[in-house]
Every structure is written in structure tokens, then in C-alpha cells.
Design a protein around this ligand. Structure first.
Ligand code: ZN
Length: 280
């Protein structure tokens, strides 16, 4: 798919699973089990999916997935699985290498979004994208380096320490790259950046963790991980209205089935209008 100056590629980086109760907050399993399946440990099967934007030499990767720096205990706990693809194989499939990436937009610093920022090379942690600037929001940087008791398990400093040491991080609180707008939300976590790519015809919104899957389209279906769930609901409400009225494309970072979709409304409830394929 092409939007404006950018060619878009969907880059699947891992399969993994999180607890179904945590994924759906107050919504009972009797409802969410109709949308997503769960295993015997009640974990919902999902993916980590990045979006690559290419305009000539500029190659912008949005989020990097779970990454590979995991001890077996956590691979088992989160059911992290690279047997079908990983960030390297998915880039390669589309003709790209890690050295090609010029910019990494970190929507927020939870481990399943920036785990692939760094990797172990001979037991030493190194940047996965040695030629990239890593863009992080000021508010989320402040939180990640001083998390609350509730969200401290979601931030792992190995995902950014070497980048900070090598001066590869730029902290931002507004638009920073040509042709990519940034929409901030604060319900899931402080200063979550949602890139928006648009031209005269099409507009794509990067859903990140306020729309992790298509099952999270109904406004009250928000994750128990959210720092401020009521705020997420009002942020979703505003965004869904715009997406529905203006026919935006919504990109899903964690949906096991769909890369993206457009939005319809049935009664008072938002739902998928049509599934959108960003790339094969
Ligand atoms: Zn998150």
C-alpha cells in the first residue's frame, strides 16, 4: 500500500499470548471468547506487528515487537514464538536489512513494543538498528524511567540503555518527521504516540495499545493494563467517531488475524467495515 510519500509494509515480528482477563479488563470471558480464542492457561493468542514506511533512503519502522532477549521462563510465560517469523525475516522478505532503517518510532516503551530495539550479540546488548534515530515521547520516557508499581513490569531498561549511551534517542512531544503526524493519547500509558500517515485520499492511524485488536473496537473493551482506563475510553470514543466519519484505516499491532480495517457502526457499537491488507 502507498499513502502519500510512503510505501507501507506490515512487518510481523513475533507471535505471543497475554492473559485474556488482562486484555479485556471488565469485559467477561463469556463475551470476549466469541472474538478471540484462548489457551488452557486463559492466554489470548496475538502477534506483534510493526509498520515500515519507506520513501527512498528514508526507512521508518514503527515499534519493534518483543525482541529476542528473553530468558526461557518469560518465553514460556508470554508464549513468545518466532517459529513462523521474526523481525529480521519479515524485513528480509520485503527486501530490507536492519542497517537500512533510518528511524524507529517507539509508540511507547512497553516491552512488547520496543523489545526489538536491541539484541544480544555475543552476550553483549547492541542496537538492532545501528544507523537509526530512535524517537521516544518525553512523557513516556519520564514514566519508563520512574514507573509506578502498577506498570513497572512493562518496562525493561535493557530495551533502551545502550541506545541512550550511544546518543541514539531523541525525545519528542510533537510532530518530528516529514509526512508523519503524531496523535498523543494518555489513557493506556503517559504520552503514547500514534503515527498518522495521510494524503488527500487515505488516512492510516496506528492503533498501538488503545486498539490492540479488532476485538477492542467497542469503547468499553479496554485492557486492565491501562493506567487510566476511563481516559482510554474517552480517547477511543473521539477517535472512532473520526475514523467512522472520515473512513480512516486503523492499523492493529496485536491482532492475530487482521493487519488493519476501516470502521463501521451498527446501532451504537463500532465494528469492522472492511479488512485492509497493508502488504502480503
Ligand atoms: Zn502497552
Amino acid at each position: 500500500m502507498k499513502i502519500g510519500q510512503y510505501d507501507l509494509y506490515s512487518i510481523e515480528t513475533s507471535e505471543f499470548s497475554l492473559d485474556g482477563g488482562a486484555m479485556f479488563g471488565i469485559i467477561p470471558k463469556t463475551l470476549w471468547k466469541e472474538k478471540l480464542s484462548s489457551d488452557r492457561l486463559n492466554r489470548v493468542d496475538m502477534v506483534t506487528r510493526s509498520l515500515l514506511l519507506v520513501n527512498g533512503d528514508r526507512k521508518v519502522l514503527i515499534d519493534t515487537g518483543n525482541g529476542s532477549k528473553w530468558a526461557k521462563k518469560y518465553l514460556d510465560m508470554y508464549n513468545i514464538d518466532f517459529s513462523n517469523y521474526d523481525i529480521l525475516s519479515s524485513l528480509k522478505k520485503n527486501g530490507f536489512e536492519t542497517d537500512d532503517i533510518t528511524d524507529v518510532i517507539c509508540t511507547h516503551m512497553h516491552f512488547d513494543h520496543i523489545g526489538g530495539n536491541t539484541f544480544y550479540h555475543n552476550d553483549i546488548i547492541e542496537p538492532t538498528f545501528p544507523n537509526a534515530t530512535y524517537w521516544i515521547s518525553k512523557d513516556n520516557w519520564a514514566l519508563a524511567n520512574q514507573p509506578s508499581v502498577k506498570d513497572q513490569g512493562s518496562f525493561i531498561s535493557q530495551d533502551w540503555e545502550v541506545l541512550e549511551k550511544n546518543n541514539m534517542i531523541k525525545l519528542v512531544d510533537e510532530k518530528f518527521l516529514d509526512g508523519i503526524d503524531i496523535y498523543f493519547t494518555h489513557g493506556h500509558t503517559d504520552g503514547l504516540m500514534h503515527p498518522i500517515i495521510s494524503d488527500g485520499n487515505k488516512k492510516l492511524f496506528y492503533g498501538a495499545d488503545i486498539f490492540p485488536t479488532h476485538a477492542h473496537l467497542p469503547i468499553p473493551w479496554v485492557m486492565a493494563y491501562d493506567l487510566h482506563p476511563a481516559k482510554t475510553m474517552s480517547e477511543k470514543s473521539k477517535l472512532l467517531k473520526k475514523m467512522y466519519e472520515q473512513e480512516w484505516i486503523l492499523f492493529f499491532e496485536h491482532d492475530p488475524f487482521y493487519q488493519a480495517c476501516t470502521i463501521d457502526m451498527k446501532g451504537k457499537c463500532y465494528c469492522i467495515k472492511s479488512v485492509v491488507e497493508i502488504s502480503e
